[in-house]
Ligand binder design. Structure first.
Ligand code: ADP
Length: 276
């Protein structure tokens, strides 16, 4: 059974100036453990789609089903990871990790044990009593991820989660987050404006058209590696081919330079490198 099923989702915003159709007809599904990246031109409806999946916004037509249940409101089985880590500075690392369970009134001996197990498995036990301010940017993101995973979400939504980090930290955090998500087999949908990141993390890249968005392609991504890691993918010839393909699908070779800059990401692979 699909963990996430998005079925014929349409979203039209009503504004004083008239109707804005953000999403035209979005349909896809994810199995447990899938990792999909979502890319598309700015303003095409990526955030709208995440909000509909999270249940904080209703679609105009169509529906979202998570673990067999139609989404009708804010969904507690969805974990969100955003650009800001939103850690509470006055709480220790462990108290931060337990926070999601507390607000869900789900702090039991079993869930506490799961949280402690995650802290231990991912090298955070020795920092359990530290404050977030004592941690590096990368460690903070790891705590934010563990806090999200502690509630055992059916789906993890990443919304530009790494874009506030400097380049070096971003590379480290990407490796770290990828390893943890894969090991825990969390079903993950990641919105990113960074094409290289979408390729090196996703099993599939969903390429959205300009607004009103449809899925132009659900591109499967495979690399010939015994153990996949984002950094290893970046060095492979297949990576450059995927980049080139997505770039063209997004119509970036026809659009304005500003858009080119924002979608190319911080990869050393540039548009010029990829030109045929
Ligand atoms: P993206 O995340 O891909 O940049 P968004 O989902 O934020 O795109 O927005 C998609 C389109 O819907 C944009 O044209 C935006 O202006 C419009 N939009 C977003 N939110 C609202 C709203 N609350 N009211 C009216 N229009 C909106």
């Amino acid at each position: 059974m699909a963990v996430l099923s998005v079925e014929g989702v349409r979203k039209a915003y009503q504004t004083p100036a008239g109707e804005t159709v953000a999403l035209r007809d979005i349909t896809f599904s994810m199995e447990r453990g899938d990792f999909f990246s979502l890319v598309g031109p700015s303003g095409c409806g990526k955030s709208t789609l995440l909000s509909i999946i999270a249940g904080t916004m209703s679609p105009t037509a169509g529906q979202v089903v998570v673990a067999g249940e139609p989404v009708t409101g804010p969904n507690p089985h969805i974990g969100y990871m955003l650009q800001q880590d939103n850690l509470l500075e006055w709480r220790t690392v462990r108290q931060n990790v337990l926070f999601g369970l507390e607000v869900r009134h789900d702090l039991t001996p079993e869930t506490r044990e799961r949280a402690d197990h995650l802290l231990e498995t991912y090298g955070l036990s020795e920092f359990a009593n530290s404050r977030p301010s004592q941690l590096s940017g990368g460690m903070r993101q790891r705590v934010a991820l563990i806090r999200t995973l502690a509630v055992n979400p059916d789906i993890l939504l990443l919304d530009e989660a790494f874009s506030a980090l400097d380049y070096q930290t971003r590379m480290e955090v990407t490796e770290d987050v990828y390893r943890i998500i894969r090991r825990e087999r969390v079903t993950t949908l990641m919105v990113t404006h960074d094409i290289p990141e979408s390729i090196c993390m996703g099993d599939r890249v969903l390429i959205l058209s300009p607004r009103p968005a449809v899925i132009r392609q659900a591109l499967p991504i495979t690399f010939d590696l015994p153990v996949r890691s984002p950094a290893r993918c970046r060095g492979l010839p297949a990576f450059a081919s995927y980049f080139d393909y997505i770039w063209k699908e997004l119509g970036m070779d026809e659009t304005h330079e500003d858009a080119v800059g924002s979608l190319a990401g911080e990869s050393p692979v540039s548009a010029a490198d990829q030109a045929p």
